[in-house]
Design a protein around this ligand. Structure first.
Ligand SMILES: Nc1ncnc2c1ncn2[C@@H]1O[C@H](COP(=O)(O)OP(=O)(O)OP(=O)(O)O)[C@@H](O)[C@H]1O
Ligand SMILES: [Mg+2]
Length: 336
């Protein structure tokens, strides 16, 4: 699988991992923008450096209970930390925990003490620990012994590891934009977190990739109006090999997206006129300024469209836009 240019993002994240830890980093962006892929690439490119990655991709697991969380994050071992066997090709680590620990009767403080021990073991060896959690929002509804929310307590631990002790980087990725909005409002994280947007591919990058992939000027000019996500390029190349022109592939995408969108609206319990009203804000503009253009009573419909991954809310920059360019054309189509 080819990896397409994400030079700027790679440089940012690679440099970030080498700096002294000062805050929690939240990596966010539209659905399928390539957040996870870039992060894995960073890990690969820093292989052989003195950075030790603790990397957990929660998309891979059902994480609904305390026990599941513990089994994913820890491995019984006499070592404080060890290679994560489920991610062997990445060479990332997992926290170690003694054989005799009973996962069923662990208190949150024991868990945090173990994480601290593992991280300190890395630091004592003169290396830099970096903890990465992909799809962090999956830990949202897990509660420990006295009803404590795992995620809220984890945030306290993360603030301590980064902002206070400067021991370990904590990088959290999420595809759930409304979750980023919650985080942004969370007072524990105020002045203790940073946000990094991995957005659509830039036009110049798309142009260069398509050129390298053998598309002609005419095809490239046409595609530039519609392409925004890396996997779309992959699909375009594949379809070209299968005998479909770029126009045909893009027509198909927009048809599928427009159908999906109409279905989402037709099957929702919300007032459809209100939903269309929100979408019509995007008829002539690709983005909406949250502060200036959104009324309180409209937020319900916007949230619905964000949940359904029609819209992307960039809470840091205060804008709302479609999750991809092809989605924008689909929106315009159903407005006609
Ligand atoms: N730079 C890239 N080069 C080539 N393919 C890429 C690149 N970035 C992402 N992809 C492809 O695009 C798809 C989505 O990427 P990825 O899962 O990394 O996105 P994401 O932002 O993490 O998505 P989600 O919002 O669902 O978490 C994958 O099939 C991946 O292989
Ligand atoms: Mg992802």
């Amino acid at each position: 699988m080819r990896f397409y240019n994400r030079e700027r993002e790679l440089n940012y994240l690679k440099t970030y991992c080498q700096l002294e830890p000062n805050s929690i980093l939240f990596v966010y962006g539209p659905k399928s923008s390539g957040k996870s892929t870039v992060m894995r690439r960073v890990i690969k490119e820093l292989d052989g450096s003195n950075v030790v990655f603790f990397y957990y991709n929660l998309r891979k697991y059902a994480t609904y209970s305390k026990e599941e969380f513990l089994r994913i994050f820890f491995e019984k071992s006499d070592k404080k930390y060890l290679l994560n066997k489920l991610e062997l090709n990445l060479g990332v680590c997992k926290f170690g925990i003694e054989e005799n620990f009973d996962f069923n009767s662990l208190y949150l403080n024991d868990v945090f003490a173990k994480i601290n021990e593992s991280i300190n073991a890395v630091v004592e060896e003169g290396k830099k620990p970096v903890l990465i959690i992909d799809e962090l929002q999956k830990l949202k509804n897990i509660y420990f012994n006295s009803g404590k929310s795992l995620l809220n307590e984890l945030f306290n631990l993360f603030v301590s590891l980064t902002k206070m002790e400067h021991l370990c980087h904590v990088i959290c990725l999420t595809s759930d934009t409304l979750f980023i909005e919650e985080i942004h409002r969370n007072s524990t994280l105020e002045n203790a977190s940073k946000y990094y947007l991995i957005d659509w591919l830039r036009k110049e990058s798309i142009k260069r990739i398509l050129k390298e992939e053998g598309f002609n000027e005419k095809e490239i000019d046409y595609c530039l109006n519609y392409l925004s996500l890396p996997y779309e390029i992959v699909d375009l190349i594949e379809n070209k090999k299968l005998g479909l022109s770029v126009e045909e592939t893009i027509r198909q995408w927009i048809n599928i997206e427009a159908d999906k969108l109409k279905y989402i609206i037709d099957t929702s319990n919300l007032n459809e006129d209100e939903i269309y009203n929100i979408l019509s804000k995007l008829k002539d503009n690709i983005k909406v300024d949250y502060k200036k253009e959104v009324k309180k009573e409209e937020m319900k419909y916007i949230k619905f469209l964000i949940e359904r991954e029609v819209l992307f809310y960039d809470v840091v920059n205060g804008i709302i836009k479609p999750t991809s360019l092809k989605k924008w054309y689909a929106i315009k189509e159903i407005l006609e």
